[in-house]
Design a binder for this molecule. Sequence first.
Ligand code: GRF
Length: 202
Amino acid sequence: MLKIAVLASGRGTNLQSIIDSVEQGKIEAEIALVISDRESAYALERARKHNIKTLFIDPKKFKKREEFDREVIKNLREKGVELVCLAGFMRLVSPYFVKEYKNRILNIHPALLPSFPGTQGQRDALNYGVKISGCTVHFVDEECDRGPIIIQAAVPVEEGDSEESLAARILEQEHKIYPRAIELSAQGRLEVEGRRVRVKKE
Ligand code: GRF
């Protein structure tokens, strides 16, 4: 069974959707570890409620990003983790991390990449005036929010939308496409060819 780890910094609703999909047998994988860079992240509490091993790694203890990542990777290896899912993890991963887990790190972003990368995808899309936004699951490469795209879902912007209302509708879609992308990965059906990700038939 594929062993996955989820890295999260916040409330962890995407983590929850992954936990639920694993428990329902939709994703054939085991969540071997949940790591956070914030001790108070509710994501850790969610994991504990499901008897999933958790680990808080304090960024203050490390001078460089790569040193923090080495500690993360040490723990991933100890648990035999093969796939890493970033779910609201508010740190950039170092090139070292990307190299060690080449094409085995996924991320979810609350906008239709390559539009509106960064930490405020929903707000930036709304302020830009787009009529359709959405979310993206992609492989992580050396550049923030740039790696090959696995799945996207479109979410129309409605008249009178606030950042919060748009974000809430995008989040509903995130909770569908992230578990789906992990399921495809667990089934060994994702093939990366340059920028393009091919989904092999079952
Ligand atoms: C989500 O909007 C995700 O797209 C972004 O960070 C947020 C995390 O939310 N990367 P949650 O902690 O999973 O609820």
